[in-house]
Structure formats: structure tokens, C-alpha cells
Design a protein around this ligand. Sequence first.
Ligand SMILES: Cc1cc2nc3c(=O)[nH]c(=O)nc-3n(C[C@H](O)[C@H](O)[C@H](O)COP(=O)(O)O)c2cc1C
Length: 325
Amino acid sequence: MKRKFCIAPMMKKTDKHFRFLSRLLSENAYLYTEMIHSNAIIRGDANKLLSFNDCEQPVALQLGGSNPKDLGIAASIGEDFGYSEINLNVGCPSKKVKSGNFGVFLMKDKNLLSECLYEMKKNVSLPITVKCRIGVDEFEGKDFLFKFVNEISNVGIKTFIIHARKAISGLDTKRNRSIPKLNYKIVKDLKEEFPELEIILNGGIDNLEDCKNLLNNFDGIMLGRKIYDDPLFLLDVEKEIFNNVSQESIKSIMNKYLIYILNLQSQKDLNRALNHLMQLIKVISKNKKVRNQILHSLKNKDISIEDIFVNLKEDLLRKDLALNL
Ligand SMILES: Cc1cc2nc3c(=O)[nH]c(=O)nc-3n(C[C@H](O)[C@H](O)[C@H](O)COP(=O)(O)O)c2cc1C
């Protein structure tokens, strides 16, 4: 079951640097890119947008858009780059997405969505998957969801990643991730109705116990914010979900990531990659002064992993993380 534990696509977060870090922390997590619009891939700098490190595999490319021909072409370019899967974003409710009539708004137009998926399937031999919501606006309820999934599965889609919350057009993107309430039950019923489909549950999962319990009912789970806020959680996932006891120490993982960062050429890449490292350090140390010192030295490329650990020693000891050094 390769999609047993997935890290959610997140714009401006799950770039190739964060995915590199995630892979250092977890051998088994299945990774997704941020959403990339088909138009940007076809008419922009595909190399810049799509290149990734081989060690990230398995890594899926998430596309956005609603032009069937463009999506077909973008999927094919994605396949050439070596992604393991092409996923279509049918869950994003942002204003920009609404004006372009893609993302979750494709749930309202099953014919157009089917056409998009048909073109993508026609152009590539990779699995094509869908990430959607349980509904949007007045398109909601069990009847709607079951018919939606049934119709889309008839185009040949076998994997659905479902954010178990309906989207509401009038709400901004952020609030659309907390309102309305999650409904795991409807997704569980969906899995029971369509046992042959691979159903991955997403939304609000933030602890190991829930991960383990939910894996009894679903083919896989996908976590977003929990992983970005607390990347070290992936170490627990490896140990507890994948029984992987041969984990490297935090220090050795951070050292590898530091070497990776110090080899980055562009300032933009460096800044992005550093943000991810600081996110990890933030989990270890709540001391802003210490963190700022580390960041300053990192920006000047004037720090070794030993220095970082000297700075973090007290926090590590307090957190018992020192055991894993
Ligand atoms: C900062 C941020 C960016 C996101 N960008 C995307 C995206 O590009 N594509 C997508 O399908 N979902 C995106 N999402 C939604 C997540 O993939 C996920 O469905 C949502 O956060 C719920 O999962 P969680 O409760 O585990 O975070 C984003 C979420 C966040 C917080």
C-alpha cells in the first residue's frame, strides 16, 4: 500500500526542498508537489517548476486547471520528468481558482471534470488520481458524493484523496480548512460502498493514535498542516506506522539537510529551504533569540551542525530529544 501515509500538497510549503527534508525524515511517506497550474507548465519554465531530487520518490505531481487539452499536455510533461503519479486538484476553493473555474469548482461540473481526466489518462501511462472535497456549496450529501465518485471512477479513476470537509465559495481559503466540521463518516461509508476504489482520508489528522485507527477504515491517510508544523512527527510515523526502527538520528538528518542547503545556488532556493529548516528548529526550541542567531549564521553560510546543536542543547535535553542524537 504505497499511499498508506501521504504528505498533502501545500502551496509555498511542499516545494522540492521540503520534500527533500521530508524524505530524510521518512522513507515511507508518499509525497505530493504543490499544485502547479497546467498553463504555467506549458507556457512557463517547466524545468524550474518540475525538477526534483530523485530521492524524493515516490512523488506525485499535483496539477490545477480545467482545460482538458492543457491538462493532458501538462500531465504528459510531468510523466517525462519522472513523477510517480499525476493528481488533479479538485479541492481548492480559493478566489483565484473560482475565477478560473477549476479546483473544487470542478465538483460542480462532472462532465468537464471527466473530460479533463479523460485527456490526462489518454496522454500518460501513470496513475491519474483526484484530490477532492466531500462537496461544495449546495452540491453536498451522501447521494451527491456517491454519484460523483461513481461517475468519475467510470472515467478510470481508481484513487480518490478526500478532504472530509465541504468547501464553501464565500469563505476564504484558510477558513475553508476549518469550517464547516469534518465528516469522516461519509468518507467511511463511501469506502464501504466502493470497496474496490482506493480511498485516502484527509483533513484534521494530527496524532498517531488517530493515524493508526483511521488506517483500519481507509486505504491511506494524508496529513498536511501537522507535518509542516511539526516535521519531526515523521520520525514517529516511521517507527509506529511503518515499524521502521532503523531511523537515523535527528542530528545526522539535520546535517544532511544542512549540506543540501549549503549547496543550493539561488538565493530564492536558499531562503525557501532555510524556512523549512527553521520550521523544524522551531519545534525543538521556543527560544526566538536562539533561533534568530541560528538563522543569521545560516544565511551567512557560517555555521556547522555542531554549532546548531550547541545552540539547541538545552532545548533538546528538555525535550528528551537528546536521546535520539
Ligand atoms: C498552506 C497550505 C497550502 C495548501 N495548498 C494546497 C494545494 O496546493 N493543493 C491541494 O490540493 N491542497 C492544498 N492545501 C490543502 C491541504 O492539502 C489539505 O487538504 C488541508 O490542509 C487539510 O489537511 P490537514 O488538516 O491535514 O492540513 C493546502 C493547505 C495549506 C495549509
